[in-house]
Structures are given as structure tokens and as C-alpha cells.
Design a protein around this ligand. Structure first.
Ligand SMILES: [Ca+2]
Length: 283
């Protein structure tokens, strides 16, 4: 069951298959400019203090999370309610954006406008905390920049769709079939119906939720019918979503779940931020 191999184990398989994560290609020399975020509608956008880091507002709503079509940890498909509006990044955090806050860029691939990678969950949470501090005067009361919960992430990924992908996957995703063994600049594929890029593919994205992870895949106690604003706080792993540039598209589905330890980093793991009701992490 390849699906339940750990990400390091999968990385080893991909190295064998020619998808090495152990060395970086030459930089593509792309200029340090803001990613071209197309389709922005200013009324829905939240402009952060970081150049090019634009978040789109999503209204409260209900959706069906998970899938009964696939085996294991994606079952059961269940209704989730998101009770408050929130904003989510139109793009993954780029290398130039990450460097601006963290003061370093550990990424191996793709250049300044490609997603930041080689990032642990801990470093992603630290980025959110620092940006919240520096943007305090502009963010709404009770909100903070943080990682999206898995439910918020899947809601944003699906953008009202109910199938495996939020559209034609070839138009939406950089995955193992077209990435040329590297991340690609963000927002260079089509956005989903809500104007959000690279939810499928490019880099796996950390979510806020803790989870158990093993032979049965990702397990969270909140993956059940009818909860509002679920966020799992149990387990030593953290949830990853969306697949990446070196995975087959079947791993890039809206409901695909993965996980790794919060201090684990790899060249196909990054994140995007949400501006959402604060959640205190007691862990
Ligand atoms: Ca992604």
C-alpha cells in the first residue's frame, strides 16, 4: 500500500524513479517580483504587508469533506460547517515572501517566485506568528495569520466542487507528470473557481491539525459528520494536503490526506497561510 508509506519512504522511491530531492538544479534566475495573481477582485482580497501576498475572502458555508470513493483515511465523506468567514492565500508562500519574514530561504528548487519548501510545520507556524505580530494593526479583532485547518484547506481547494479535483487537473496542477522534476512558480497554472492557485500539486501544504499517522493513514478524531470548524489537536503528526510536483496526480486530489512529524522538512513541502479566527495551540 504505497499510499501509507511515510513521505521519507516515498521520497526514496522517487529518487529511484528519477525524482531526486537530494540536490537542487540551477536556479532559473527568475527576477524577484510579485507573483502574477490573476483574477483578483479587490473587494474580496486582503492585502498583507508582504509584497504579492494576497488572501481571498471565503464566506461561511457547508461542504462535504473526504471521499467514500477511495479507501482508508478519506472515509467517511461527511458534512462540515465553517461558521465564520476567513481569508486564505491565493498562492503558496513563495521563497521571497518566506525570506522576508524568516530571514532565510532553505528551498532547493525553482527560484524566488516558486513556493518555499524544505519547511517544517514548526517553521510555518513561526512564520505565521511573526507575520501576525508585524501586521497586527491591519488584521481584524480575533483573527490571526495561521495555517488553515484541514477543513478550511479542503473547503478552499474544492471551491464548491465535489469530485476528485476542482476542475481539469492538467490545467490546475504541477504534478509528477508535468513539473520537470521541480517546483514551478506559483500561479502559473489556472486558479480554481474561487481564484486560488496550486491547491492541487506544486508543494504539499501543512495544515494546523494534529493527527495520528500509520498503516491506517491519517486519523483525526474530528473526521466525522456534522462538526463545525473542526481542528484536531491529538497526535504527534501534522496533516499535509494537496500532493506535490513529484507525486502522481492521484495523490493531488482534494481529499488526499498525508502527514509527517512537525519538525520534518522536504523539498516538496511548503504552506499557504490563512487569516482566520485565532486558534490557541496547547501543544
Ligand atoms: Ca500545493
Amino acid at each position: 500500500m504505497m499510499k501509507y508509506l511515510s513521505i521519507p519512504a516515498l521520497a526514496a522511491l522517487f529518487i529511484i524513479a528519477g525524482c531526486s530531492t537530494s540536490s537542487a538544479p540551477e536556479s532559473n534566475g527568475s527576477p524577484d517580483k510579485s507573483p502574477a495573481v490573476k483574477g483578483s477582485t479587490s473587494a474580496k482580497d486582503f492585502i498583507t504587508s508582504i509584497d504579492g501576498l494576497v488572501l481571498v475572502k471565503l464566506e461561511p458555508g457547508e461542504f462535504v469533506m473526504g471521499s467514500d470513493k477511495w479507501s482508508g483515511d478519506e472515509k467517511p465523506a461527511h458534512k462540515v460547517k465553517l461558521g465564520r468567514s476567513f481569508w486564505i492565500g491565493r498562492t503558496e508562500i513563495t521563497q521571497s515572501q518566506y525570506e522576508k519574514i524568516a530571514g532565510k530561504n532553505p528551498s532547493l528548487y525553482g527560484g524566488k517566485n516558486a513556493p518555499a519548501e524544505q519547511l517544517s510545520w514548526e517553521s510555518a507556524v513561526d512564520f505565521c506568528r511573526k507575520l501576525t505580530e508585524s501586521d497586527k494593526s491591519r488584521i481584524p479583532e480575533g483573527y490571526a495569520y495561521r495555517l488553515p485547518t484541514e477543513a478550511e484547506w479542503e473547503y478552499a481547494c474544492r471551491a464548491g466542487t465535489t469530485g476528485d479535483y476542482a476542475g481539469k487537473i492538467e490545467d490546475l496542477a504541477w504534478d509528477g507528470s508535468n513539473s520537470k522534476n521541480s517546483t514551478q512558480e506559483v500561479a502559473t497554472k489556472s486558479p480554481n473557481a474561487w481564484g486560488i492557485y496550486d491547491m492541487h500539486g506544486n508543494v504539499w501544504e501543512w495544515c494546523l491539525d494534529s493527527c495520528e499517522y500509520g498503516e491506517k493513514g491519517v486519523r483525526t478524531e474530528t473526521f466525522t459528520e456534522g462538526l463545525s470548524d473542526p481542528c484536531s489537536t491529538k497526535g504527534d503528526f501534522r496533516v499535509l494536503k494537496g500532493g506535490s510536483w513529484c507525486f502522481d496526480k492521484k495523490f493531488c486530489r482534494s481529499s488526499t490526506r498525508y502527514a509527517d512529524k512537525p519538525d520534518f522538512a522536504a523539498a516538496d513541502i511548503g504552506f499557504r497561510i490563512a487569516l482566520a479566527p485565532e486558534i490557541k495551540l496547547n501543544r
